[in-house]
Design a protein around this ligand. Structure first.
Ligand code: PLP
Length: 388
């Protein structure tokens, strides 16, 4: 009998047959409105670099000088000797920016979500999540061993039905994406905040896709909905998307942050983010503050794109964010459309199950302040030509 490890190829072949196989493109340029893959240029409508900061000259040059100041790596975890002055200053800046008492920097958003949920909850507690939440929130709930309940996407009635089942649980967290990563719509956070107060649950929002550009100052979803620390006690955001570098944070009360420092295993048992990254993030936050025209341009592009695509014979999901999802349904059709767009010089990846529900394969178009109107016009023209 062959050992299972020698037979790994069989399920892979099945994946390929179902058009579910994932291939990676190797990008041979920096991130930007145009990227190069295998020597060919593509207009990039797939990245989460919403403000075009990933290759901003000031951010890049601060990264370089910070390496001279602090070296390449942190060398240890935060609780040993890896917590350096740049991390400390970044935490202070993030707390101030989000209007929270404190912030804690994690090495990635995935790890932050695992660490928050598993650090705060244990057996007998409850976590309630929207069906369309990001995988990292789902994995965090599983890791916590708390009771895990899910409610239909943005369905407040169903949410209350689920909350009713948790009355015996001592600690409850309602966790949602602020902006849904594959759909682009938002959670009704004002309503969720009131419902949380009614059921004595803590609201947690993953602001991976809002932090940096949503709200007057770009402070993200909490600024957009005007939710303070009392309304939204657990605010998580990422630093590798609109902020253009890497890492993530959680912001909230002093007691929340201290609890996570003590209990969050994905914070404790990992090497701290390179300190130069923290300096580059600080620089990126400064550029974002000094150049509000980036956020304004992105918002204009979103409106322009929605207006120009409204009459196309394609199903776009309702979204006022930088994520515009064109739902195709069938996996092979989504792949074919993505390939056609590549032929035309546009990079828009097809998103398939299990990342999205079955029969809802889609092209996830992301807009960025780095795009020009002319680049958007090119996309709109190609979409017009590809309509079914
Ligand atoms: C990207 C993303 C994460 C993970 O963040 P990383 O820093 O990339 O690990 C978490 N939540 C959501 C909603 C995301 O889109």
């Amino acid at each position: 009998m062959t050992h299972w490890i020698d037979n790994l190829i069989t399920p892979l072949a099945k994946r390929e047959e179902e058009n579910l196989y994932r291939y990676r493109n190797t990008v041979d340029s920096p991130q930007g409105a145009v990227i190069s893959i295998a020597g060919r240029d593509y207009i990039n409508f797939s990245s989460n670099d919403y403000l075009g900061l990933a290759n901003h000259p000031d951010v890049v040059s601060r990264f370089q000088t910070a390496i001279k100041d602090y070296g390449a790596g942190a060398g240890a975890s935060h609780l040993v000797v890896g917590h350096q002055l740049p991390h400390h200053n970044l935490e202070k800046a993030l707390a101030e920016f989000t209007g929270r008492d404190r912030a804690l920097v994690f090495s990635s958003g995935y790890m932050a979500n695992l660490g928050i949920l598993s650090g705060l909850l244990s057996k007998g507690d409850a976590v309630i999540q929207d069906k369309l939440n990001h995988a990292s929130l789902i994995d965090g709930a599983r890791l916590s061993s708390a009771n895990f309940l899910r409610f239909r996407h943005n369905d407040l009635e169903h949410l209350e039905v689920q909350l009713e089942k948790t009355t015996e649980c001592p600690r409850k967290i309602l966790a949602v994406d602020g902006v849904f990563s594959m759909d682009g719509d938002m959670s009704p956070l004002k309503d969720l905040s009131s419902i949380c107060k009614k059921y004595d649950a803590a609201l947690m929002v993953d602001d991976a896709h809002g932090f940096g550009w949503l709200g007057e100052n770009g402070a993200g979803i909490s600024e957009h909905f005007d939710l303070d620390q009392d309304d939204l006690p657990i605010l998580m955001g990422t630093l590798g998307k609109a902020i253009g570098v890497a890492g993530a944070f959680v912001a909230g009360s002093n007691a929340l942050i201290e609890s996570l420092i003590q209990l969050s295993r994905s914070y404790i048992y990992t090497t701290a983010l390179p300190p130069a990254c923290a300096e580059a993030i600080l620089q990126s936050l400064k550029v974002n503050k000094d150049e509000p025209q980036r956020r304004a341009h992105l918002k204009t592009l979103i409106d322009y794109f929605k207006e120009k695509t409204a009459n196309l014979n394609f199903q776009f999901l309702p979204s006022s964010s930088a994520i515009q999802a064109l739902v195709v349904g069938d996996n092979s059709r989504a792949l074919a459309l993505s390939e056609r767009l590549m032929e035309e010089g546009m990079m828009i990846s097809a998103i398939r199950p299990p990342t999205v529900p079955a029969e809802s394969a889609r092209l996830r178009i992301t807009l960025s302040a780095a795009h020009t109107f002319s680049q958007l016009d090119q996309l709109i023209q190609v979409l017009e030509d590809c309509q079914p």
